[in-house]
Design a protein around this ligand. Structure first.
Ligand code: NAD
Length: 281
C-alpha cells in the first residue's frame, strides 16, 4: 500500500483564496500585530512567512521587533497599547522568548479577544471546558481541519500524540477529546512510546526529533500527521516521522515540508479574520 499524501499546502492555498475574497468585501483590511523579541533565526523566518501570507490575502501586518534585552514590563506595555488600539484586530508574540522574560506573563497580557494564537488562559480554559473559545491555537486547528477532511466522524478513533507542549500537544488532545476520540499524550518521559502509537488509528508527532517514528511504531492503515520541523545531519529538512520507512504501511500521511506548516499559517490568518468580525460585529 502506498500512503495517500495529505496536501497541507494545497488546503492552505484554498483557505487563503477564500479569506482573500472575504477580506475584499470588508470595509477595512484586518490588521495583525506581530511582536518578536530578539534575533532568533528560525523565528525571523516564521515571522517573514506570516507577513508574506498576510500580504497575499490583503491583510495588514505590523512587525514590532523588540531588543533582545528588553524588560518584561516594557513588552507588556507595548502589548497593552496594541490591546487598546482599535485598528489592531489580532496580536501574536513569536515564541520562544529570551530566557529573562516570563512567557506566561506576556501571553496573559494579550486581550483574549485579540489572542489569535489562542494561547491566552481564557481561550485555553474555554477549550478545556468544551466551550467554544474565541480562538484556537493555529497548529492544532489546522490539524483538525486535515483530520476532519479525512474522517466524516472522528468519534471513537484512538489517537496517540507525541509531544505535550502548550502550543501543539495539549490543545490538540483537547480538540480530539471534544470530538469523541480516545487520546494518549506521550512525551519525553513516556516509557515505550511504541506501545501507544502501535495501536492508534491516528498518530500525531510534535516532538522535534528527526525521523523518530518508524514503520514498526505504527499499525497498518494508520493516519500519520507530522508536525516536526527538523534537519537531518546532512542538513535536509525532515519531520518526526520517517516518511520513507512508513509510506507503504500508513493509510495517509502529511509531508514535511508542505503538510502541517502551511496550514498553521492559514489558520493564523483565519483567526485574524475572525478577530476582525468579532470586534467589528
Ligand atoms: P516543545 O519543545 O515545546 O515540546 C516538545 C514536546 O516533545 C515535549 O512535550 C517533550 O516532552 C516531547 N519530546 C521531546 N523529545 C521526545 C522524545 N524523544 N520522545 C517523545 N517525546 C519527546 O516543542 P514544540 O514547540 O511543541 O514543537 C515540537 C516540534 O514541532 C518542533 O519540531 C517544532 O519545530 C515543530 N512545530 C511545527 C509547527 C508547524 O507549524 N509545522 C508548529 C509548531 C511546532
Amino acid at each position: 500500500m502506498r500512503a495517500k499524501l495529505i496536501n497541507g499546502k494545497e488546503m492552505a492555498e484554498n483557505i487563503k483564496i477564500s479569506l482573500k475574497k472575504q477580506i475584499s468585501e470588508f470595509a477595512y483590511p484586518p490588521q495583525l500585530a506581530i511582536v518578536m523579541v530578539g534575533n532568533d533565526d528560525a523565528s525571523a523566518v516564521y515571522v517573514r512567512n506570516k507577513q508574506k501570507a498576510a500580504a497575499q490575502i490583503g491583510m495588514v501586518s505590523h512587525f514590532h521587533h523588540l531588543d533582545e534585552d528588553i524588560r518584561e514590563e516594557e513588552v507588556i506595555k507595548i502589548i497593552q497599547q496594541l490591546n487598546e488600539d482599535s485598528e489592531v484586530n489580532g496580536i501574536i508574540v513569536q515564541l520562544p522568548l529570551p530566557k529573562h522574560l516570563n512567557t506566561h506573563n506576556i501571553i496573559n497580557s494579550i486581550s483574549p479577544f485579540k489572542d489569535v494564537d489562542g494561547f491566552h488562559p481564557i481561550n485555553t480554559g474555554m477549550l478545556q471546558n468544551n466551550q467554544q473559545p474565541y480562538f484556537v491555537a493555529a497548529t492544532p486547528l489546522g490539524i483538525m481541519k486535515m483530520l476532519n477532511g479525512i474522517y466524516s466522524d472522528l468519534s471513537g478513533k484512538s489517537v496517540t500524540i507525541i509531544g505535550a507542549s502548550m502550543i501543539v500537544g495539549r490543545p490538540l488532545a483537547t480538540l480530539l477529546l471534544n470530538q469523541g476520540c480516545t487520546v494518549s499524550i506521550t512525551h519525553s518521559q513516556t516509557k515505550n512510546i511504541k506501545q501507544y502509537t502501535g495501536t492508534a488509528d491516528i498518530v500525531i508527532s510534535a516532538c522535534g526529533v528527526a525521523n523518530l517514528v518508524k514503520q514498526d511504531w505504527i499499525k497498518a492503515g494508520a493516519v500519520l500527521i507530522d508536525v516536526g520541523i527538523n534537519r537531518t545531519k546532512e542538513g535536509k529538512l525532515c519531520g518526526d516521522i520517517d516518511f520513507e520507512d512508513v509510506k507503504d504501511k500508513a493509510f495517509a500521511i502529511t509531508p514535511v515540508p508542505g503538510g502541517v506548516g502551511p496550514m498553521t499559517v492559514a489558520m493564523l490568518l483565519l483567526n485574524t479574520v475572525n478577530a476582525y468580525i468579532l470586534q467589528r460585529g
